[in-house]
Design a protein around this ligand. Structure first.
Ligand code: C6P
Length: 422
């Protein structure tokens, strides 16, 4: 109890800085540069976010002063590195409100977290004829691993359809369940459309069938506060690099009772208690899932990103980003020939669009000449493109460091594309 009180004090004491995007920008050095002679406007956070000084400095300091391997050494540097690494785990637990540190597994990112669950859960729990439910708006990271398990076991994939606005059809979702359903894996916020899915309701429905749910939180974690206990999800996956942290590290949250029964994903050092040529005893969770030397500096950077975000009221950031997205959407819709792809009532960060017959790659290239960085393509969500019968979209994505000036520059860039192609 004393620990819980201390932690709640610690968590609230973070909220001390009022959110102001202009001062926030000052914390991100990469935003203050010219690209092709124009000040950079970074609207590609859905692909990967820029990093604040706090993250860059924490990682540099770690390499300069405290670097060593973890869990292995008796020497001081190894103890310091271990404390920092395990401290990062506790920071993640607080950030997503997991029950305890044992439920936090460090991975390379969302992709590896989903592969871990599909392999480990799939090995013992999915058999021929079983069914896995995913949605029509999944990123490839939440399709391909399940297809691989399908192909290994003879299970089937069932797909939750969506409407023309890019919203999942919950009534259709309910109809997909039966006694063979073994897992639901669904994206929280679509990277291609920006749709925020009603995952809490979807989890309740799945649980009424005793089916566990994995939530792909790659695009939600940077833009809203996450409470895994409130969602009651069984697994939750996310990547540090989209939430102002470093690349190469992410998180799999799993309910303790589920992680306990899953077999390890990879074998090697640190995931064992003892090894003989005859038999290996595996380590406790979460170490059972962290074979080999982990991304220690990445964990340090992820903690710094969490500390950075935790200075602010995350709901205030979410409101700000939502207003920015809404005003950008209204303004781009004024262009004749511009179509917004993804018009869900609940959206975060992402504005995907088509502009007349101009190929999205050309839009992206011309924007770049104007200093405006966006992503163009299928966004690793080809089934979404197939659903809308389009090859690709241009995608602007907003973050806490974007401002109305950035929206003005986006509008200027669209005008310029239209001029070039007129
Ligand atoms: N989407 C984008 O530009 P990794 O690569 O493991 O950090 O994240 C994969 C992933 C999984 N789910 C969703 C919803 C995602 O958006 C992503 C990454 C990037 O949209 C790169 S393809």
């Amino acid at each position: 109890m004393a620990r819980e009180i201390m932690e709640s004090v610690h968590a609230t004491s973070h909220v001390q800085r009022s959110f102001d995007p202009v001062t926030v920008r000052a914390d991100f050095p990469a935003l203050h540069q010219d690209v092709h002679g124009k000040p950079l406007v970074y609207l590609d956070t859905a692909a990967s976010s820029q990093k604040p000084n706090a993250v860059i400095d924490a990682m540099t300091d770690f390499y300069r002063n405290d670097y060593s391997n973890v869990h292995r050494g008796v020497h001081l540097l190894s103890q310091r590195a271990t404390d920092l690494y395990e401290g990062a785990r506790s920071a993640v637990r607080r950030f997503i409100n997991a029950r305890n540190d044992r439920e936090i597994v460090f991975t390379r990112g969302t992709t590896e977290a989903i592969n871990l669950v599909s392999r480990s859960y799939g090995r013992d729990h999915i058999k021929e004829g079983d069914e896995i439910i995913i949605s029509a708006m999944e990123h490839h990271a939440n399709i391909v691993p399940w297809q691989m398990i399908r192909d290994m076991t003879g299970a089937n994939l069932r797909i939750i359809p969506m409407n023309d606005d890019g919203e999942l059809l919950i009534d259709e979702y309910k109809k997909l369940f039966n006694d063979r359903t073994k897992m639901v894996a669904v994206v929280h916020v679509s990277n291609a459309l920006g749709t925020i899915n009603p995952v809490k309701e979807m989890i309740e429905i799945a649980h009424s069938w005793d089916v566990p749910v994995l939530v792909d939180g790659a695009q939600s974690t940077p833009h809203m506060s996450i409470d895994v206990q409130d969602l009651d999800c069984d697994f939750f996956a996310f990547s540090a690099h989209k939430m102002y942290g470093p690349t190469g590290i992410g998180v799999l949250y799993g309910k303790e009772e589920l992680l306990e029964i899953l077999p390890p994903y990879q074998g090697g050092g640190d995931m064992i208690l003892s090894v003989t040529f005859e038999k290996t005893l595996y380590n406790e969770i979460p170490n059972k899932f962290e074979a080999g030397t982990p991304n220690i500096a990445g964990a340090v950077g992820l903690k710094a990103a969490i500390d950075y975000l935790s200075q602010f009221d995350l709901d205030e950031i979410a409101r700000y980003e939502s207003e920015l997205l809404q005003s950008a959407t209204e303004r781009v819709k004024e262009f004749t020939g511009l179509t917004v792809v993804g018009n869900a009532a609940q959206k975060a960060s992402v504005l995907s669009f088509l502009l007349c017959a101009v190929h999205p790659h050309d839009i992206g290239t011309i924007f770049d000449q104007k200093g405006v960085a966006i992503r163009a393509g299928h966004h690793c969500a080809q089934p979404v493109m197939q659903r809308f019968s389009i090859p690709a979209t241009a995608r602007a994505s907003f973050a806490m460091y974007n401002t109305t000036d950035d929206v003005d520059r986006l509008i200027d860039a669209i005008e310029y594309v239209l001029e070039v192609f007129s």
